[in-house]
Design a protein around this ligand. Structure first.
Ligand SMILES: *Cc1c(COP(=O)(O)O)cnc(C)c1O
Length: 375
């Protein structure tokens, strides 16, 4: 069909939007490059797959897929409430935590209002803000020479709060940098914000991080009514394809988020799988241990190749190639290894690499060992 340009009819926020750039799917790489047996270390998925208990729960639910799911996710919310020691009315379920990030923007932002976030923050924050026509205030990240290179600068974030600011987004640990914030400092930051500012702490990688250092922001909710904590089943829980995430907040905030939430936004297989996955504590333990081992393997291997790697509390590493990383990325794709270019984050010299299984990590390292000297 001949394409017609409708840009002029779009609302201003949408005109300025660029779609989120996802990691390249394996099938797409294989189609485009004519390679096979590829691996994907691009989207921070769990190399152990999903919890076997979650898979079993999905099978048990299959015969019911003709029925609408429980629009309120009663059972999953009850399990989450118990896990976090909160009441179910503090929870908003999302089709991935991406969904709840958008609800937050829809509920609290509009043209004339502003959200604050760090340079090198998760790409969904600016997308959600732009979508609703709000302004964005991007705060410079910490210098690359410091102890937490390219990480969030809490002091600068605080100073950027203005009269129109209604929301601050902080990811702990952060994607794409992997950097983290000390839990006590982050809590003080959240407590210092004016009452009209919602503080969103995105804990997508919390299961991988050391909670003694980063803290668990869901335990601060009682004291900090303006706090919203987001979590996901996409990363350590290994359910990225099912799309389940949630926000924990004061019930007053959850009430507003649930007003903009589309009914049935979490499907019945996802509800059942998430509930089962939550109970599989052993799987999370195994995932953490595998990630710690894989992180060491990759760090050592990358250092041996002379590459700079940022500190990470998550399940990926941000690697500095010291020059344009696009040719390295291209050569890796030809070798059947998908990693994540981050030029769209303003990091053209870096690649973000998910910690894979020992074999996948080895495959990435040997591909790099062949590619780098030739470049
Ligand atoms: C992956 C990720 C998410 C969530 O993704 P969903 O699959 O939508 O739950 C949220 N925040 C950060 C920082 C992430 O890296």
């Amino acid at each position: 069909m001949r394409r017609r340009d409708f840009t002029d009819l779009a609302v201003p926020g949408v005109r300025g939007l660029r779609p989120y750039t996802p990691g390249k799917p394996i099938a797409e790489l294989e189609r485009e490059y004519g390679v096979s047996d590829s691996i994907k270390l691009a989207s921070n998925e769990n190399p152990l797959g999903a919890s076997p208990r979650a898979l079993e729960a999905i099978r048990g639910e299959l015969d019911e897929v003709w029925l609408y799911p429980d629009a309120n996710g009663f059972e999953l919310k009850r399990a989450l409430a118990e896990r976090h020691g909160l009441s179910p009315d503090c929870i908003t379920l999302g089709n991935g935590s991406n969904d709840v990030l958008v609800f937050l923007a829809q509920a609290f932002l509009q043209p004339g209002l502003e959200a604050v976030f760090s340079q090198y923050c998760f790409a969904v924050y600016p997308i959600a803000c732009r979508m609703v026509g709000a302004s964005e205030r991007v705060v410079p990240a910490l210098p690359s020479a410091g102890p937490m290179p390219l990480g969030h600068d809490l002091r600068a974030l605080y100073q950027a709060i203005g009269p129109e600011t209604r929301m601050v987004f902080v990811a702990n640990p952060n994607n794409p940098t992997g950097t983290w914030l000390d839990g006590r400092r982050l809590k003080d930051f959240a407590a210092s914000l004016p009452p009209q500012v919602i503080c969103v702490i995105d804990e997508a990688y919390a299961e991988y991080a050391d909670s003694d250092v980063l803290g668990d922001a869901s335990t601060w909710l009682e004291e900090l009514p303006n706090l919203v904590v987001t979590r996901t089943f996409s990363k350590a829980y290994g359910l990225a394809g099912l799309r389940v995430g949630y926000a924990l907040s004061n019930p007053g905030v959850a009430d507003l988020l649930n007003r903009v939430r589309p009914p049935f936004n979490v499907n019945s297989l996802a509800l059942a799988a998430a509930r089962a996955a939550l109970e599989d504590v052993e799987f999370i333990e195994r995932s953490r241990a595998a990630n710690a081992g894989g992180m060491e393997q990759l760090r050592e291997g990358l250092a041996a190749l002379g590459l700079e790697v940022l500190p990470s509390a998550a399940n990926f590493l941000l690697v500095d190639f010291g020059r344009d990383a696009a040719p390295v990325n291209e050569a890796l794709m030809r070798a059947g290894v998908i990693v994540r270019p981050v030029a769209n984050y303003g990091l053209p010299n870096h690649l973000r690499i998910t910690i894979g299984s020992a074999r996948q990590n080895e495959r990435l390292l040997s591909a790099l060992a062949e590619i780098l000297p030739a470049q």
